[in-house]
Design a protein around this ligand. Structure first.
Ligand code: DC
Length: 230
């Protein structure tokens, strides 16, 4: 059976990463979290005083972008992917609400996207990968053999994010999270470069009322159908 590229795009906090990770594990593919790359760049800006009064110092970031090294390693115990920024494990930090507040701004910068897309294409060369993000099926891998566009209502997504943050011991405020989700949707959909949109040939998955098991069953069924055809 031929290895393929699976592109999973969709709104923030609709469980894409969890789903993509589980799918990759099930079918023996590598998983890449493209959002983690934009989050790592946002964290880099925060750590290097490149954010003043809520605005990113574009000039400073442009001069450093090629030096920002982002790598992934599998956790030896859980096998989950861990994000490293210039050699430091930042997996926990990049999921904070602070990073979430800035990441859409960072991801809307054209040279940041060009750099990340190039790196993502490099990762996909060997095929046999699942990559999730916002523009994977439209821009990064427009020829991906399997494309899925995931969505869920904003309230369901905010609740999931709230549960995730409280489960790991962070303080969380539902209303604040909902506002962040809506704001990110707006920025992601209206930005000039690679706005979030469903590729014409992507399968639509609304998981508002689906369990993880139901989702996985659906994905595997679609994967089997497609790989039989290739
Ligand atoms: O999936 P996530 O919430 O970790 O993504 C973080 C941010 O990065 C989000 O605001 C959208 C952006 N992003 C993007 O623009 N393109 C991608 N391929 C992945 C994420």
């Amino acid at each position: 059976m031929k290895n393929i590229v699976i592109a999973i795009d969709g709104f923030s906090s609709c469980g894409k990463s969890t789903m993509a990770k589980a799918l990759a594990r099930n079918i023996g593919y590598l998983y890449f979290d493209s959002g983690a790359m934009y989050r790592a760049v946002a964290l880099y800006c925060m750590q290097n005083n490149m954010i003043q009064e809520g605005n990113i110092d574009i000039k400073a970031l442009r001069s450093k972008i090629s030096e920002i090294e982002i790598t992934f390693q599998a956790d030896p115990e859980t096998k989950n992917s861990i994000t490293f920024l210039n050699g430091v494990n930042v997996e926990h930090e990049i999921r904070s609400l602070e990073v979430s507040r800035f990441v859409s701004q960072v991801a809307a910068i054209d040279f940041v996207r060009t750099e990340m897309v190039d790196r993502q294409r490099e990762m996909g060369k060997a095929k046999g990968i699942v990559m999730d993000g916002r523009d994977i099926g439209t821009t990064v891998f427009p020829q991906a053999e399997m494309k899925v566009f995931v969505t869920a209502s904003a309230e369901v997504r905010a609740q999931r994010r709230y549960d995730e943050l409280t489960a790991r011991g962070d303080k969380a405020n539902f209303q604040e999270i909902l506002e962040n989700v809506l704001q990110r949707d707006h920025i992601d959909q209206t930005r000039e470069v690679s706005p979030l949109k469903k590729a014409d040939d992507a399968l639509l998955l609304d998981n508002s009322h689906m369990t993880r098991e139901e989702q996985m069953e659906w994905l595997i069924e679609e994967f089997n159908k497609l790989t039989k055809e290739c």
